[in-house]
Design a protein around this ligand. Structure first.
Ligand SMILES: NC(=O)c1ccc[n+]([C@@H]2O[C@H](COP(=O)([O-])OP(=O)(O)OC[C@H]3O[C@@H](n4cnc5c(N)ncnc54)[C@H](O)[C@@H]3O)[C@@H](O)[C@H]2O)c1
Length: 290
């Protein structure tokens, strides 16, 4: 099925950027969030991405304006009624995602594909909330979704071959690279990333090195654009925490991340989005990593 109009639910770190990526490919997209404030922040994030392209001379202001106008922002899920594919990007909680899928079932057509941007949760479990489990598929974008081209397309036990094909061609249509992966906790990328992250957290705890020292050493190796603690702050520590818990429950303690993440989440230090995580962003930049 060709996707003529897409929807994204959740206008946070990922949802706003996914909507931007869809609009960039000149497809109309509806971005829905329960929070008016989140919608305003999402819009600002999207406009800033286009503004940077304009400043770099990659787009004219009028082209950027045309792309932004392809995005409809709103709080009412009914706005998604005529979408051919809807991607959920709400927080990483199975019950929340299941409740949303049940709600979407009553809004969209039975043929509409429901994609989940979950980092590590079971697509099969999520699909059980739908009267049409065959249309539920994992569509896992990576941060920052406006830049990163890889998208994991995850087939749950009930996902139909047609749904997978629609998801794969949609990802290609928005100029990203679809990779079909088998369903397992963490899929492929997060299973690898979180194993490395757990090792780094253990090393930092045992060595007493500062977060900045560890990030500096990883950066100096020249393999990645960002150190692990800086990256975790960008992703959102509550997301990292949820994914660690899912993977530790599935694969054991080698995925458990020590106390550093849990302690920060408990105090509301979620990373860049809250102004403090491993680093302090209150002054607009990174602190000393302590
Ligand atoms: N943060 C990352 O780097 C990253 C990367 C890949 C995948 N993911 C996954 O993407 C999903 C979203 O993560 P995020 O970091 O963007 O979260 P976020 O907390 O930044 O954004 C979630 C948004 O969902 C909204 N929301 C909550 N309940 C809703 C509902 N019922 N209907 C509509 N909107 C609702 C919230 O208001 C919020 O704006 C998670 O499943 C996460 O695991 C995150």
């Amino acid at each position: 099925m060709f996707v003529m109009k897409a929807g994204v639910v959740g206008a946070g770190t990922m949802g706003a950027e996914i909507a931007q990526a869809i609009s960039f490919a000149e497809l109309p997209v509806v971005l829905v969030d329960v929070s008016e404030e989140a919608l305003a922040r999402g819009r600002a994030r999207i406009e800033a991405i286009y503004q940077r392209r304009v400043e770099k001379g990659r787009m004219t202001p009028s082209q950027a304006g045309d792309r932004v106008s392809l995005i409809q922002f709103g709080q009412d899920p009914a706005l998604l009624a005529d979408c051919d594919l809807v991607i959920e990007a709400v927080p990483e909680k199975l019950e929340l995602k299941q409740a949303l899928i049940e709600r979407l079932d009553g809004v969209v057509s039975p043929l509409c594909v429901l994609g989940s941007n979950t980092s590590a949760l079971s697509i099969t479990a999520m699909a059980q909330a739908s009267r049409h489990p065959e249309r539920v598929v994992g569509l896992h974008f990576f941060f920052p979704a406006s830049v990163m081209r890889l998208v994991e397309v995850v087939r749950g036990e009930a996902t139909s071959a047609e749904t997978v094909e629609t998801a794969v061609s949609f990802v290609a249509d928005i100029r990203k690279i679809p990779v079909r992966v088998k369903e397992c906790p963490g899929f492929v990328v997060n299973r690898v990333l979180m194993a490395a992250m757990a090792e780094v957290l253990r090393y930092q705890e045992q060595s007493g090195a500062s977060f900045a020292e560890v990030d500096g050493a990883v950066l100096a190796a020249g393999l990645v654009p960002m150190g692990p603690f800086g990256l975790a702050d960008q992703l959102g520590l509550e997301i990292v925490h949820e994914v660690q818990a899912t993977l530790a429950a599935a694969y054991g303690d080698r995925f458990a991340g020590g106390e550093a993440v849990a302690e920060r989440v408990a105090t509301g230090a979620l990373g860049v989005k809250s102004g403090r995580g491993f680093y302090d962003y209150s002054g607009g930049g990174a602190g000393d990593g302590r």
